[in-house]
Write a protein of this length. Structure first.
Length: 250
């Protein structure tokens, strides 16, 4: 395995829980103790992590490079599946929905059972999944400037369309949730989601536990304005990282 590939793998492991042990990296990557320690030293010099006894932790829980939609698809698949199954229970025949970008929302698009829906999305992979099981649904893909990383449309064209739309329910995700702040990697993507959320009666945030306590570049919404957070039930420590509110569906 090339060094750059090892670096990416190590950072992906850190993305899940914030910490990783040397022994875990050795097992996952089939490399020696010496190789892992050299890699961790170099990543620490780059400011990406902080060395701790027996391993490393993600520095400030703030990624320097956003993972692509494809890279995120392989992460925490079982946890995401539990999240979308719970979210699916909230969708009823006749609803008008907004589905935001993200791999968790893409999984939700695969399993929606309700019919006679009107669904709007600005995410190409989400639209493609919806179109596979169209039935009696009306499905709309908003155009605009395509962000290659997340495969979603953003910008003035997208936002102008959204401003004239209203939704019963919006299902969305984020890159980070820290205290009350919901964050993503770019201002443009956050602005588009903000418009859709403001035009929705109910707003459901779908996130796995790895997003909690993290930080990202752009704060685009506040937890107090969300109807409910749907997340996987993991260790209690993940929930103690954010201000307690009675809006968790786990």
């Amino acid at each position: 395995m090339l060094k750059t590939d090892r670096f990416q793998a190590i950072m992906s492991l850190l993305e899940v829980s914030g910490t990783v042990r040397v022994s875990d990296i050795m097992d996952k990557l089939s490399v020696s103790d010496m190789t892992v320690r050299r890699d961790l030293d170099e990543l620490e010099k780059q400011g990406l992590l902080e060395r701790v006894h027996g391993g490393a932790k993600l520095k400030d829980f703030y990624r320097h490079v956003e993972l692509s939609h494809t890279e995120k698809q392989i992460m925490l698949q079982e946890e995401k599946q539990r999240i979308v199954e719970k979210a699916n229970e909230l969708i009823n025949d006749g609803d008008t929905l907004f589905l935001g970008p993200g791999t968790t929302i893409e999984l939700l698009a695969q399993i929606i059972r309700a019919d006679s829906l009107r669904i709007v999305t600005n995410c190409l992979p989400v639209f493609e999944e919806l179109n596979k099981h169209k039935g009696n649904r009306k499905i709309y893909l908003l155009g605009g400037e395509l962000r290659e990383t997340t495969q979603c449309f953003v910008g003035e064209i997208t936002n102008k369309s959204l401003k004239d739309m209203n939704f019963h329910k919006a299902f969305f995700s984020c890159n980070a949730l820290n205290e009350q702040k919901i964050m993503t990697s770019t201002f443009e993507e956050g602005q588009t989601q903000q418009i859709a959320l403001n035009n929705s009666v109910e707003r459901f945030l779908l996130i796995d536990h790895s997003k909690i306590g993290k930080r990202d570049f752009s704060v685009y919404y506040n937890l107090s304005e969300v109807t409910a957070v749907i997340t996987d039930k993991d260790e209690q420590k993940h929930y103690e990282k954010i201000e307690k509110e009675d809006k968790y569906l786990v």
